[in-house]
Design a protein around this ligand. Structure first.
Ligand code: AHG
Ligand code: MN
Ligand code: MN
Length: 335
């Protein structure tokens, strides 16, 4: 490991001063969350909160606690005009008595939280947008395309606490070094392998998949004897941050595609909190991030909690999966 801290690295990259300060503060929030998640069983914060979020999902106590950590830490930085999160119905405006700044912060405070009680890696995903104004921020101000993101960060709390970020100048990986409590540079400019033999999808949804995904996965499973002429392996952690960290390390394709399970939902993952920031980091690492039908970061968001189909990872393998979608419309019907 190098001796370069996140702050040193941002200075070396000539990151704009305010944005660099913001990223360091996001990393500080992640340190607090890492500590809270790790001490969870002793703090009595495991298990269900007993309520549901705006998207009708059961909230864990830690979903709410980690959301509060981000709000409380970040509202005092003077760098933000507002925040939006998977766990809040509407945006959070910075209170009138606090200094405001030029950025909006959008986050999934605890991704993969269904895994938190069983000691599997979870994480925090953050997207940074420009605030169109400092006061009177509205939900609509957050509805910016992924391609307009100024930065994306994600941090996974696993065997190690690992943070990846991009400002559009490549993706870079840092590991939390316990003694100094600093994120130290591990890999500069990560490039994920273009080819893979590993796919990740929740196969229990197979009966709900659209035809292109059914056909592609059937051909993966057919192995060397099938049309793709490769023996694939399958992994499913049920934690996007852990899944995509594996993809960043050794390549792979990660899919949570649009399906027919619940016609009111276009996919499971959220465009603003999950798909856009992870898509930005994957693209900056040489990968591809698509819905199956279009580039994720080109979608004009229509709602804060909008969902989207996700197919992302190794460039050539995603291209193969996308080729199965060519003759289909987004609702899965044939063209
Ligand atoms: P969250 O915990 O923020 O709601 O997100 C969970 C997501 C994602 O991390 C993971 O890939 C997927 O949901 C798992 O879904 P299944 O439970 O259907 O496997
Ligand atoms: Mn999530
Ligand atoms: Mn979450």
């Amino acid at each position: 490991m190098s001796a370069i801290t996140l702050a040193d690295f941002l200075a070396k990259q000539n990151t704009e001063t305010q944005l660099a300060r913001l990223l360091v503060e996001v990393a500080e929030s992640c340190k607090i969350i890492a500590d809270t998640v790790q001490r969870g069983p002793f703090l009595g914060v495991m298990g269900q909160a007993g309520n549901t979020n705006v998207q009708g999902e059961e909230q864990k106590k830690l979903d709410i606690i980690t959301n509060d950590i981000l709000i409380e830490h970040m509202q005092d930085t003077g760098l933000l005009a507002g925040m939006a999160s998977e766990e809040m119905d509407h945006h959070y405006a910075i209170p009138a008595d606090k200094d405001k700044g030029d950025f909006l912060l959008v986050f999934d405070p605890l991704d993969g939280s269904s895994n938190v009680d069983v000691n599997i890696a979870v994480g925090t995903i953050v997207s940074v947008l420009a605030a169109p104004k400092k006061d009177s921020i509205a939900d609509e101000d957050f509805l910016q395309k992924g391609s307009e993101q100024l930065a994306a960060v994600y941090c996974t709390y696993g065997a190690s606490t690992i943070l990846l970020f991009t400002t559009g100048q490549g993706s870079h990986e840092f590991v939390l070094e316990k003694d100094s409590n600093e994120f130290m540079l591990m890999v500069e400019n990560i490039q994920l392998p273009a080819d893979t033999k590993e796919f990740a999808i929740n196969a229990s949804n197979q009966r709900h998949w659209q035809a292109p995904v059914k056909n592609y996965i059937a051909d993966c499973i057919a192995g060397e004897e099938g049309p793709l002429h490769k023996n694939y392996n399958m992994r499913w952690v049920a934690s996007m941050v852990a899944e995509l960290y594996r993809v960043m390390c050794r390549g792979g394709i990660f899919m949570y595609p649009r399906d027919h399970k619940d016609l009111s939902k276009v996919g499971k993952l959220r465009l603003l909190y999950e798909a856009n920031p992870m898509g930005f980091i994957i693209e900056q690492s040489g990968g591809v991030a698509s819905t199956g039908y279009k580039r994720i970061m080109d979608i004009q968001p229509e709602g804060l909690h909008q969902r989207v189909g996700v197919i992302m990872g190794s460039k050539n393998e995603v291209a193969t999966a996308l080729s199965y979608h060519q003759n289909f419309n987004e609702d899965g019907s044939t063209k």
